[in-house]
Design a protein around this ligand. Structure first.
Ligand SMILES: [Zn+2]
Length: 87
C-alpha cells in the first residue's frame, strides 16, 4: 500500500491513516471506513471503504494546488442571484 504524501495544506509529514468500523444503515452491517487526516491542521479526506482509495484521494489532493477547495464564494452566489433578477 502506498503511503500518503505530506499534508497539502500545512506541509506536515506523516498524515494518519485512520480506519474505523461504523454501522451502515444502507447495508445493515458494520462497514470499515478509512480516512486520511493531518494531525497538524486537521484536514482530511472523505471516508473510503478501501484504505488504498483514501490514500489515493489524499495524494491526489496533495498533488494539486495547495489551497483548500471551496465552492462558490458568497459574492459569487450573490452575483448569480443578482443576474437572475435583473437580466
Ligand atoms: Zn495539515
Amino acid at each position: 500500500m502506498r503511503k500518503p504524501k505530506k499534508c497539502p495544506f500545512c506541509g506536515a509529514r506523516d498524515p494518519r491513516v485512520w480506519t474505523r468500523e461504523s454501522y451502515d444503515r444502507r447495508y445493515d452491517r458494520a462497514m470499515k471506513r478509512t480516512t486520511v487526516y493531518c494531525q497538524e491542521c486537521g484536514c482530511r479526506t472523505e471516508a473510503h471503504q478501501r484504505p488504498g482509495d483514501a490514500i489515493r484521494a489524499w495524494n491526489r489532493r496533495a498533488a494539486d494546488d495547495p489551497k483548500p477547495q471551496t465552492g462558490l464564494s458568497f459574492w459569487d452566489k450573490l452575483k448569480f442571484i443578482w443576474g437572475l433578477l435583473w437580466n
